[in-house]
Design a protein around this ligand. Structure first.
Ligand SMILES: [Ca+2]
Ligand SMILES: [Ca+2]
Length: 183
């Protein structure tokens, strides 16, 4: 399937498209992905390619049905046997300011992961800094290898590095305690 400059929208609302063989998308091509929940095909769009995927152009992501992802949620939005060429530009609209979207180009899929904002101390992304964030923060103090950019899936500790010195340690904890003290 060749998508030189068109728009591929899997399904009405959430759905799936299967491409038998290669999928080649040009610089002006676009895939529109809707996310309304965690389940592929019924709650979020997925493009399944049973061959080589060339994904130039854009992948535009939008949230539907009032769904808001949680920190750590992942969504495999395009799958393939292998991928060729440059990476597409992946954008999302409608994401709360307390969250960001990470894009992982894995060997057989494009995986979106929702993450807390780096340095925010709001590690669960609920727009408040409180005891709910403390457990995630403590977990992040267990190892320096957790601060890689981009982080491995499910291990994003950048939220806890509030002084942006590329580690999570007692200096960061002290800053967060100051925030508690001010409230
Ligand atoms: Ca929080
Ligand atoms: Ca730090």
């Amino acid at each position: 399937m060749n998508n030189v400059s068109g728009v591929v929208e899997p399904g009405f609302s959430a759905g799936a498209i299967t491409v038998n063989g290669a999928y080649t998308q040009g610089m002006a091509g676009k895939i529109e992905i809707e996310i309304g929940g965690l389940t592929p095909m019924t709650e979020h769009d997925q493009l399944n390619v049973s061959g080589v995927a060339t994904l130039l152009g854009n992948i535009d992501v939008s949230l539907i049905n009032g769904f808001v992802p949680a920190v750590g949620d992942t969504f495999d939005v395009v799958t393939f046997t292998s991928r060729a060429g440059a990476q597409p530009i992946v954008d999302i609209v409608g994401l709360p300011a307390s969250l960001e979207m990470l894009v992982h180009f894995l060997p057989t899929m494009v995986r979106l992961e929702f993450s807390a904002i780096a340095g925010s101390a709001d590690c669960n992304g609920d727009a408040a800094i409180d005891l709910l964030d403390a457990a995630a923060f403590a977990e992040c103090m267990n190892g320096p290898s957790k601060l890689v950019d981009p982080p491995p899936i499910g291990t994003d500790c950048r939220c806890a590095d509030v002084d942006f010195d590329d580690d999570v340690d007692l200096m960061d904890a002290a800053r967060i305690l100051n925030v508690f003290g001010a409230e």
